[in-house]
Write a protein that binds this ligand. Structure first.
Ligand code: NAD
Length: 483
């Protein structure tokens, strides 16, 4: 059985306890990850503090960017191996797993490019000497926030790891990464590659420790020397982290759940809208935070749209992640499958009807749920309000613009949304009226590395990617220089 060790203070270290990792498609145990707890959290944070007090944060950003470029190359040199491991540990279809690994390399390169670009500011002062002429310069420096804990979910474990590591390394924030216990292997294999190929990376600048949320995650959050926790995960974990760090008044950067609406207008390009909504719901078995979780379709096109959507859902093949015909594969584990099944049963109890799918799929292995469309769900029903995180889509008919915008915004989440219309006035009006961190127009829900992935309401605090994601890891120092 392959064992994957943690990487703490520049060393690969095993553990007394190991986490079994299951391939959800084959239901076989494929490897073990070293299980860290409070002791490992303390060791990793101690190394991070030492790195923060070394020359690391004071080096020119180009030097740290050099490490990001080497991470990117290391990933490309091991692209197939990492892709295969990602497929195995979470049943992501091969095409999407390849995209995730390649995108992660690009992400490191992208942030390396920011080394020469991010700057402070010069600010005009109102101070003046006796003759009325100015006698002060004010400028604003951006400095690294300090040791950070990056806590990752199971759904995009490799990419989300880079989303935290890239801005942290570039800005000089030492970071301790905690992968999810469900999918830690690709991240720990990357740690092994770094240990073997980049031994000159300063100790403690980057550590990887696997372990549970309520043990290791809590220990990292509560550690007095951790200056920020960047979590991607559920609202429940985000709330716990805010509570557990309240006494030390720590910054949190939280990327949490979503319940994205797609609004389809009467003048939408029908085929494009059907494809956009289908792709946005079925990608990775619906286990994506920005997935389309509810579709509002205008009454004048409702019947045609729903009939085409039903055909698209029924045509979607699901099965072996390595079969190029598979649109999606197994849910990540039995618990997720049971959650999705319970959400679908609850939708029926609350008055909705199943148009297609609606059941756990009968397959020899894996945790499969059928592609499912739910009709007639009320706005206040759970399937319209709560994140399902599976291939289940409620479709709701609308007739009044103000009503549909109110329905879309009436949600405790505020991560992503989408609009399908060929009329620029309709699009611009809806974009202005939607209260979400991201709005996609006439396309599937999937963000780019140059944007800013940040949710409103319970979907989070702060965000990731692009220029604004970089500044999450920086804090300001304003200097007043009188002359
Ligand atoms: P989760 O909250 O169960 O776990 C996420 C991580 O947090 C894990 O590493 C877990 O061990 C850790 N954790 C849990 N409780 C903790 C605590 N009290 N203190 C510290 N760490 C703790 O989420 P998940 O099931 O891995 O991921 C699915 C969720 O993540 C969904 O809700 C999805 O919408 C969300 N998500 C959001 C984004 C985004 O960018 N907004 C991206 C991916 C996933």
């Amino acid at each position: 059985m392959a064992q994957y060790r943690n990487y703490i203070a520049g060393e690969l270290v095993g553990a007394d306890e190991w986490i079994d990792v299951e391939n959800p498609y084959t239901q076989q145990i494929i490897g073990q990850a070293a299980k860290g707890g409070e002791a490992e959290a303390n060791q990793a944070v101690e190394a991070a503090v030492a790195a923060y007090h070394s020359t690391w944060p004071k080096l020119p950003p180009e030097v740290r960017a050099g490490y990001l470029k080497r991470f990117a190359q290391l990933i490309r040199d091991h692209q197939q191996e990492l892709t295969d491991l990602l497929i195995a540990e979470q049943a992501k279809i091969a095409g999407l797993a390849g995209v995730e690994i390649g995108f992660t390399a690009s992400y490191f390169d992208y942030y390396a490019g920011w080394a020469d670009i991010y700057t402070g500011e010069v600010i005009n002062s109102s101070s003046a000497r006796g003759d009325g002429t100015s006698n002060e310069n004010i400028w604003l420096n951006w400095k690294p926030i300090g040791p950070v804990a990056g806590i990752c979910p199971w759904n995009f474990p490799f990419f989300v790891m880079a989303r935290k590591v890239a801005p942290a390394i570039l800005t000089g924030c030492p970071i301790v990464v905690k992968p999810s216990s469900t999918t830690p292997l690709t991240t720990l294999r990357f740690a092994e590659l770094i240990a073997e190929n980049i031994p000159d990376l300063p100790k403690g600048a980057l550590s990887f420790v696997a372990g549970g949320g309520s043990t290791l995650g809590v220990a990292l959050t509560k550690h007095p020397d951790i200056q920020m926790v960047s979590l991607t995960g559920s609202v429940e974990a985000g709330v716990e982290i805010v509570k557990n760090s309240a006494d030390k008044v720590m910054k949190t950067s939280l990327e949490l759940g979503g319940k994205a609406p797609a609004i389809v207008f009467p003048d939408a390009d029908m085929d494009l809208a059907v494809k956009g909504v289908t792709d946005s719901r079925l990608i990775f078995s619906g286990q994506v935070c920005n997935c389309c979780e509810r579709a509002y379709v205008h009454e004048s096109i409702y019947d045609e749209f729903v009939s085409k959507l039903k055909a698209a859902f029924e045509a979607a093949q699901y099965g072996d992640p390595n079969d190029p015909a598979s649109v999606y594969s197994s849910q990540v584990d039995r618990a997720q499958l049971e959650k999705i099944d319970a959400a679908t049963r609850r939708a029926e109890e609350q008055g909705a009807t199943i148009l297609t799918g609606g059941r756990v799929a009968d397959r020899p292995t894996g945790y499969f749920f059928q592609p499912t469309i739910v009709e007639g769900a009320a706005q206040d029903s759970d399937v319209v309000r709560k994140e399902v995180f599976g291939p289940v889509l409620p479709v709701v008919k609308w007739s009044d613009y103000d009503q549909v915008i109110a329905w879309a915004n009436d949600c405790e989440y505020g991560l992503t949304s989408s609009v399908f219309s060929t009329n620029v006035n309709t699009v611009m009006r809806a974009v202005k009226d939607l209260d979400f961190g991201e709005t996609y127009v006439n396309r599937e829900h999937f963000e780019g590395l140059q944007g800013f992935h940040a949710g409103w309401r319970k979907s989070g605090i702060g965000g990731a990617d692009g220029k604004h994601g970089l500044y999450e890891y920086l804090q300001s120092q304003v200097v007043y220089l009188r002359y």
